[in-house]
Design a protein around this ligand. Sequence first.
Ligand SMILES: C[S@@+](CC[C@H](N)C(=O)[O-])C[C@H]1O[C@@H](n2cnc3c(N)ncnc32)[C@H](O)[C@@H]1O
Length: 399
Amino acid sequence: MHQSFADITSFLLRHQNYWRHDPFHQVISGRVLWQESAPQLFEWIQTLSPQEILELKSSTQYAIEALEPYISDVRTAHTAIELSSMHSTEELVLSRGIDAGIPGRKLEQIKQMTTACLNDHAGNEWLEWCSGKGFLGRLLASESKQSVTSFEFQSALCKAGQEEADKRTLPMRFVQGDAFSPQSKLVFKPTQHAVALHACGDLHVTLIKHAVEQHLSALTISPCCYHLIQGENYSPLSKEGKAAKLSLSKHELRIPLQETVTGGERVRRHREQEMVFRLGFDALCQSHKLSEGYLPIPSIKKSQLSSGFKALCEWAAHNKQLDLPDVDFGHFEQMGHRRYWQMEALSVVQGVFRRPLEVWLALDKALYLQEQGYNVGLSTFCETSVTPRNILIHAKRAD
Ligand SMILES: C[S@@+](CC[C@H](N)C(=O)[O-])C[C@H]1O[C@@H](n2cnc3c(N)ncnc32)[C@H](O)[C@@H]1O
């Protein structure tokens, strides 16, 4: 882990111009930071057709292959971050009805995570952190027959989860509380194995800190929403993370989340149309000096998209109290299209840095847990098609 962390750190630092800057804002500003330092790469992305861009965005492997002539160490970096897979090929057979109310994709994640937790369990009870309705805790209680404390902020979720557990006489107890309050520490005990499925940013960081302080037996965490932090920048936990000097702003912490596998073609087309309109409206504002710099417009309803570009510009101008000049809207809509595909081409380049960044964030936690006396493993617990947030940090006290 130490070597991988050092290698990813230098890869990310070496190439920061490619990934730190948001493709949308680069298009808006008309300035691509690496254009001069990598003219051939810049020339190549200009030649890409929309179809080629879509293909490159559909597979990291294609993107790595295509970018290797320009970013020579991209393949080595991806080989260094390959994680072993904990996906169980044996289907977990659940007691009848235990999965009631758990949506399909969520159930698949929870079954895989339950198997991973049971395969290397330590302690004699579970703490389910930021549990929601406690779906994961329900399967763990049912499979292990050990008690589960499910900690959650939203009272309604606690109530719903407790009712489901009581119906099945499962040994589950919901505790309503705020993870960031000092009282939350009171739910931690050394005999627990803590689990967290998709606990956002500082929520999983808080879990790790409390678990270390209270000497929990084990932790199994799948992190998500890295940008949901209280500070402005990411605070590394491990010594190596602190020494790495890889500063990450809230905005940059969103980069790993930009890979979406859900939604399909309809959602993609809807996003394309919305972005074309936004970029076209910005082009109009810039060319007629209606605003100084980018003018953010509110979220656009799906129903508005079908009214066409001119109607959207009128709505946005009204919203921003601008006088819209009489212009050739077709021209600016075309500019919106061109700018959209420029943005997508830039995001092909940024895209190959997403997973290294995510693994870096996970490794920082893994190294911290190792420093604190845990044996730690990083793996994936399900296919990315089930959820792209599929990294699992598993730690067990070494003593
Ligand atoms: C992404 S959801 C995950 C829920 C559940 N683990 C799952 O995978 O279905 C994050 C959960 O954290 C809870 N949460 C958010 N802020 C919290 C806080 N400050 N303290 C405790 N729970 C919190 C939310 O209410 C939500 O249920």
